[in-house]
Design a protein around this ligand. Sequence first.
Ligand code: ADP
Length: 405
Amino acid sequence: MKILIINSGSSSLKYQLFNTDTEEILAKGLCERIGIDGRLKHNVPGKDAYEANIPMTTHLDAIKAVIDVLTNGEYAVVDDLSEINAIGHRVLHGGSKFSGSVLVDDKVIDAIRECIPLGPLHNPANLMGIEACRELMPNTPNVAVFDTAFHATIPDYAYMYAVPYEDYEQYGIRKYGFHGTSHRFVSKQVAKYMNKPAEELKIITCHIGNGSSIAAVLNGKCVDTTMGLTPLDGLPMGTRTGSIDPAIVGLLMEKKGFTTKEVDNYLNKKSGMLGVSGVSSDFRDLTAAINEGNQRALLAVKMLSYSIKRYIGAYTAAMNGVDAIVFTAGVGENISYMREWALDGLDYLGIKLDKEKNNALASFKDVKDGFISADDSKVKVIVIPTNEELMIATDTKEIVEALNK
Ligand code: ADP
């Protein structure tokens, strides 16, 4: 089955055409500067990268450009649009409405629209991508895969914030969690390494990238996660604060005269690794700065490592134990010293790192996955590259196949 995967942002749209039979990426690319001017970057494995300026006033224009490059000319990978069996869309926020991926119909569109207050930047863009595909490929089924869905099993005492209950009821103020597709993918993969189904394991998944979150996965079900109502909560990230004392917001507004929008920008874009280090949000720059003796870059990474350690402790308590800890995403997969710092001093919990194995799994090295715990470590620690696109394709295939039965 050939599945087009769409990840639609406010001014960009990433796509991938995936063959689920061979698990092969046929083509992938990116439309940028939608609503500004429009640029397409298209990659077909084994061919030179193709780039073109194509006017893209809306997401509809972007999808048109994607369809055109996939079906026409030198970089085409299908002869006809009808060869694409289904489209899988990444959608940020499903609120409390979705506990899994769904076939898109008018009702689903309405529900995603109702979640816009919870995901004001992403959900409108996700909807534009879905609506453009429905218009241009009316006979092709669309499936929505939500970042929040995997967290739907978190119990109420873990997802509630201690605000007056009526505000939870009226505004939906509660923890939802994000990166669900990644946490689900890697927690399923653990079974292969442990020779045991995920349904019999206690797993802590650490997705550490530009955005970062940790999830506690008990017997295959998520029971807690670090991100909250929005992806700002939890760990300190590239440019986001993570959890802070909420009183800081009032203080900032008072001292700096910030508006709500300015506070939002400060907490989401100016903080985290970038804000503390004053260097960069990118771990390649932070690592270079640390190697040059930059103390603030060191402090920023120590803060992240310590935060990961605290959540590992908390989620071990939440699950009454842990069998496996997974590191994934850009930083989790590549930055071995950060993993070492995060796991340092957790021997009481039965976590013992094999430094050599850990160092072998780093950027620009050939090995990309595997155990980094010592052979006699009670808790296994594993690096597993995430693959959200594969998860979206798998869900889409399952839903579409069930339709045809
Ligand atoms: P996003 O949240 O945007 O999906 P990623 O998971 O791609 O983020 O992670 C981005 C972070 O991972 C950046 O800080 C980047 O420096 C780091 N990173 C990604 N790849 C590498 C690599 N090969 N070596 C070192 N750091 C990397």
